[in-house]
Design a protein around this ligand. Sequence first.
Ligand SMILES: [Zn+2]
Length: 364
Amino acid sequence: MICSRMNFIVTCVFVCFELKALDYIKVKINKPTKKIDLFSENRMRVSLLGKSKLSKKMSINCDFKSRRSFSKSLVASIESTSPIKYDGKFFKGKFDIIARKKSGCEIINTVKFENYVSSLLSKEMNKTWPIEALKAQAIAARSYALSKLKKNMSSTYHIESSEREQVSGSYSEQNENTDLAAYMTKDLILVDDKGRLVEAYYHAMCGGKLLDPNHIWEGSFYGFHTKKCEYCNKYKKEGFKDVISKKSFLQVLRKNGYPFKSLISVKNLDEYIVFSGIDMKKGSFKISKNKIKRILKNKIIKSFNFNIKIIGERIYLKGFGHGHGVGMCQMGALGMAEQGMSYKDILSYYYPKFKIISKEDLKL
Ligand SMILES: [Zn+2]
């Protein structure tokens, strides 16, 4: 009996600790920089190289040059009862300044998870959009961030504010709308049919078709499939197009290991294009659109939702959308919310294999 009670207490201590740990997130908010200027209305408590002081303003010189000993080490910790101003914006929470050899310092902002979600809505979506679209975005972004937090639990930071991951905002970018969307979906996340937390990918606009990440990215992804999107069409403008000479296109293909002497035809599939021509061994190559975008280094291609045509000596490229095309289409979410649909409708449309639960019910 005593033994089982002890087990319960030990389990509770670990579970309770984990839940508390999940209430905050450590976000890298800047690229390494040589000088950091901070300000706070109330005086900041600054712990700098082992010494502590109180100050409203401070400037940290991170031009380390050859001082190797600073690499990856904590330079300063800063806390304040009022938001801290950096680069023209106010941030809630704590700042840790970390040195990166020669390149300067990074700021790691430890902030309440729900503040992070609210501030992100104005950067990854638009704070003036209908509340149901913002709520759907809050749940997708919370799931993505929580997956990163759990993966990087013991790292210097959990997630960076960047287009590669998620662009988070600051306290300055929160408003009533974003706070409300975060509050009304507090702790809600997406899990798959096995109860596992989902990295809920999303993108600006699919242009009519959602894609399967298994066909465009390296690695294995569960629960995302190719699907028609019926809600972003009204925002579809001209899309993007380009014309490339067949000669230079063949040169790029050859340089990347596709030994075509000539190109006869192309067949456009969802995530791939099959090129047929004359070569030494086989007559055709199936190349992913992601790879085509990469090898062409073409800035005009904004999504993987494009097709190629060969007419005479030219290659015509035409596509729609913006972003990788996986998971929730944000313009589609806007379209659905404008038609009066709820965040649950939006999420079940874009993530049909996933369900919404509270993070407290997540299997740890
Ligand atoms: Zn769409």
